[in-house]
Design a protein around this ligand. Structure first.
Ligand code: CP
Length: 292
């Protein structure tokens, strides 16, 4: 694996290999990298989890993390992404982790760039490292994906997490359902109400409303969205025994999920964050070891 750009490029075997390696790291075992690789994290959109988690993973793998501040980079003077990455490559960077607001920004890096590219989120396109940590979290819980009912709720059409997870989980045998306001379903067919999906879901995966990707604001107050599409305290009581709640975060409490449920027994929201470090170690190791 040279790059990680989209879940559509990964075979089921490659996915399972990364999840196994994440488990290896969670078990406290060592990486197999032969040298200290140089990595830069290039984020043109805000991030708390993904950026910090990649940096923690890089440090645990013994990489040298070269600081890159998008706001003070020469991209603000008009330098292209290609020229930025090519420049970093010439300076000695082995891998770049990139988040950008453009869908498929990575297409301009496919020719002529020698360093590895890891997609940390492209617009409303894909978020493969989030997807892999979500898969790791689900596999830890249920052991397999085949036959699981997984319901993704919220701003589906603007969510890269929804697309990456739908692609991968369907291929791994899970039954994926969507629940969202009709205008946010995109190409997916969505359920009409919680009644159709609540009681038989093994996983309820909630999504934040991606206001930054909406061209027009929708007619929802926080309260009305929570009432119609949020996971309320009353709805949680109807969930199946052993069913879990997931959310890629950041969470808007009392909008997509009731404040009281964020750290309830069923919630895996903060475990997802922890699992992200092991999963990103596995992603980086898989890619970097191919450069030895
Ligand atoms: N889940 C996720 O991508 O969070 P950040 O935007 O904080 O990285």
């Amino acid at each position: 694996m040279k790059n990680l750009l989209s879940m559509e490029h990964l075979s089921n075997e490659e996915i399972m290999s990364i999840l196994d390696r994440a488990q290896h790291f969670e078990n406290g075992k060592e990486p197999i990298l032969k040298r200290a690789y140089n990595v830069a994290n290039i984020f043109f959109e805000p991030s708390t989890r993904t950026k910090t988690s990649f940096e923690m993973a890089e440090r645990r793998l013994g990489c040298t993390v070269i600081p890159f501040d998008a706001e003070f980079s020469s991209t603000t003077k008009g330098e292209t992404l290609y020229d930025t990455v090519r420049t970093l490559e010439m300076i000695g960077i082995d891998a770049v982790v990139i988040r950008d607001k453009e869908d498929e920004y990575y297409n301009e890096l496919l020719e002529g760039i020698g360093c590895a590219v890891i997609n940390a989120g492209d617009g409303a396109g894909q978020h493969p490292s989030q997807c892999l940590l979500d898969l790791y979290t689900i596999r830890k819980e249920f052991g397999e994906f085949e036959g699981l009912n997984i319901t993704i709720v919220g701003d589906i059409s603007h969510s890269r997490v929804a697309k990456s997870n739908a692609t991968a989980l369907q291929r791994l045998g899970a039954n994926i359902r969507f629940l969202c306001p009709p205008a946010w379903a995109g190409d997916f067919e969505a359920a009409h109400s919680w009644d159709e999906v609540l009681e038989d879901s093994d996983v309820i995966m909630l999504l934040r409303i991606q206001h930054e990707r909406h061209s027009v604001s929708k007619n929802f107050s926080k309260e009305s969205y929570h009432e119609e599409y949020g996971l309320t305290v009353e709805r949680e009581k109807l969930m199946k025994k052993n069913a879990i709640i997931m959310h890629p975060a950041p969470v808007n409490r009392d909008v997509e999920i009731a404040d009281a449920l964020v750290e309830c027994e069923r919630s895996r929201i903060f475990q997802q964050v922890r699992n992200g470090v092991y999963t990103r170690m596995a992603i980086l190791e898989t890619i970097l070891k191919g450069r030895d």
